[in-house]
Ligand binder design. Structure first.
Ligand code: ZN
Ligand code: ZN
Length: 323
């Protein structure tokens, strides 16, 4: 079993977060998956300031997730469409919906159910191993670092301040996924969570595993405890010492980390292939996770699922179309 520090450094989660690990980027992708194409549609749904929206849309075009398509010549006007690389984040979007459905505060602006257009039933997205068809649990996943993988320090994200915008100050018409982006819309917090998924519990272990500054780690751990993703438990009385354990709400984010890593492996890995090999212990296969319908158990492809719009969002769409 390789060291946990090496696993985190080698994983594509780090690379994936360097592309989409930002609160506004996550909200823009959310809206793109729900059919937004034009600047004003994104603006109404996300509530982003014009300058923020422009920079994030440009960033997504540069990273290859969106393409800018001209839809009018005079005056020249453009819209944004998901590329194949962007569409491949569909599995991440589905597991995000599932997590918000289970854990976001009530009235968080997400539809109560999803409909699978293939079997025509209401359903929950499930994350399954494509080898054996079983549901994937944190404890069933093993890791192996490729022998050639060097420790890539360049992949470690630079510290970014948490955005001052959060669920309370959010102004967009669509409030779906706001709870999860509050938690994951910064590049360090998901890495602290990865450390927890790998079984690191103590401050020193996590700190050396991630090579993260102690003040940043303290802040992120407190933040995750406040959001009941982790819980703090005393394991020694003298001296008093604590460890951090995943709550059920935290463990339920594992499919999200897994789908993100798989996306990073497919689209961002070095030419030599992903540095981290992940396998499913129950069947021994290289893990290839798929998101499937809880009713018919078929893999869900983009556009197979209808996200029924919630009331405020439908109004915003009409507003954007009229404006
Ligand atoms: Zn399996
Ligand atoms: Zn189905």
């Amino acid at each position: 079993m390789p060291s946990n520090a090496k696993i985190i450094a080698a994983s594509s989660v780090t690379r994936a977060l360097s592309v989409i690990g930002d609160r506004w980027t996550l909200l823009i992708l959310r809206d793109a998956f729900q059919g937004a194409h034009r600047f004003e549609e994104f603006r109404n749904l996300s509530g982003a300031a014009r300058s923020t929206l422009t920079s994030r849309l440009n960033g997504l075009v540069e990273s290859g997730l969106l393409e800018r398509v001209r839809y009018s010549d005079a005056p020249p006007r453009f819209e944004y469409r998901l590329t194949a690389m962007g569409l491949a984040l569909y599995g991440v979007t589905l597991v995000t919906w599932r997590w918000e459905h289970n854990w976001a505060p009530s009235g968080a602006g997400i539809p109560r159910y999803l409909r699978h257009n293939v079997c025509k039933h209401a359903m929950q997205p499930e994350t399954l191993c494509s080898g054996c068809g079983k549901l994937i649990e944190v404890r069933d996943v093993g890791y192996e670092v490729a022998p050639t993988a060097g420790r890539s320090r360049a992949a470690t994200p630079r510290f970014r301040r948490l955005s001052s915008v959060n669920a309370e100050s959010h102004r967009g018409a669509s409030t779906a996924f706001v709870h999860i982006t509050d938690i994951l819309g910064d590049r360090w917090t998901p890495l602290v969570l990865c450390a927890a998924f790998l079984g690191l519990r103590r401050f020193d272990e996590i700190q050396s595993g991630l090579e993260i500054a102690t003040n940043i780690l303290t802040h992120r751990l407190n933040y995750l405890v406040d959001h009941r993703i982790l819980e703090r438990r005393q394991y020694s009385e003298r001296p008093p010492r604590f460890e951090y354990r995943l709550t059920p709400k935290g463990r339920d984010l594992f499919p999200h980390a897994l789908m993100l890593m798989q996306w990073g492996d497919r689209w961002l890995a070095p030419a030599s292939g992903p540095n981290l090999r992940v396998f499913h212990k129950p069947c021994g296969a290289r893990l290839s996770a798929v998101v499937a319908c809880s009713h018919c158990h078929k893999t869900i492809d983009p556009h197979d699922v209808t996200f029924p719009p919630v009331a405020g969002e439908a109004a915003a769409r009409r507003g954007a179309a009229a404006g």
